[in-house]
Write a protein that binds this ligand. Structure first.
Ligand code: ATP
Ligand code: MG
Length: 210
């Protein structure tokens, strides 16, 4: 891995975008590993507003996804959560997330963290060319997905992280089938899901796997 050197006086800020429906230990391990390898000062988790890739799918209300993300990250002094995407109108595009964070955190160099599956989609993202200027991209391994830097990209680092064969889709399906999600998601998130009866009427989960 080629890790960009630290610039004196600048914060190193990781950005972990996701639907987080629900947040699980795959997300948390990925963020923690990148923070360690890249010497990040902070990782900000950014729950999506309406994810454009999932517009045909059911997604839980943003406030539930935001609160589960807060619960899951609260105990880590370097983890924070941002509302920029859930407060922006319309579908969430990563280019807008990065522009907003640059404006809000002008002192920070941004490191956008993405799993192998999302990495493969980056070139199809709106404003892909400008993305490389706004942030350094870190693609992390994910079981079942091939990790490769997008063609034409620059400033992308690939990183192997402990394999966590967990997806939010699988967690939702398990809840609907009354199977446990203990140890797949943080304890507080298990309790939050139960408290609000989330995912009970999710179908067999076959509708979404991305
Ligand atoms: P869904 O099944 O609903 O798509 P998901 O588990 O893929 O949920 P997302 O919120 O879509 O979770 O993912 C947010 C980011 O976290 C993406 O960049 C994704 O690649 C990454 N990610 C999710 N799960 C893992 C995992 N187990 N290991 C590594 N990266 C992951
Ligand atoms: Mg996904």
């Amino acid at each position: 891995t080629s890790i960009p050197p630290r610039t004196p006086g600048r914060t190193r800020l990781g950005v972990m975008g996701g639907t987080f429906d629900p947040i699980h230990h795959g997300h948390l391990v990925a963020a923690s590993e990148v923070a360690g390898e890249f010497d990040l000062d902070e990782v900000v988790f950014v729950p999506t507003g309406h994810p454009w890739q999932k517009s045909h799918k059911r997604v839980s209300p943003a406030e539930h996804r935001y609160l589960m993300t807060v619960i899951a990250t609260a105990s880590n002094p370097r983890f924070t959560v941002s509302r920029v995407d859930i407060e922006r109108e319309g579908p969430t595009f990563t280019i807008d997330t990065l522009r907003d964070l640059r404006r809000l955190r002008p002192e920070a160099d941004l490191f956008f963290i993405t799993g192998a599956d999302a990495m493969a989609e980056i070139i199809t993202w709106k404003g892909a060319e400008e993305l490389w200027e706004l942030a350094h991209f870190v693609g992390v391994t994910r079981p079942g997905h091939e990790l490769a830097a997008p063609v034409g990209s620059s400033g992308v680092t690939l990183l192997e992280v402990p394999a966590m064969a967990i997806s939010s889709t699988d967690c939702r399906t398990r809840v609907a089938r009354h199977q446990p999600v203990w140890y797949l998601v943080p304890d507080g998130v298990v309790q939050y899901i139960g408290k609000y009866g989330l995912y009970l009427d999710d179908e067999d989960g076959s509708a979404s796997t991305d």
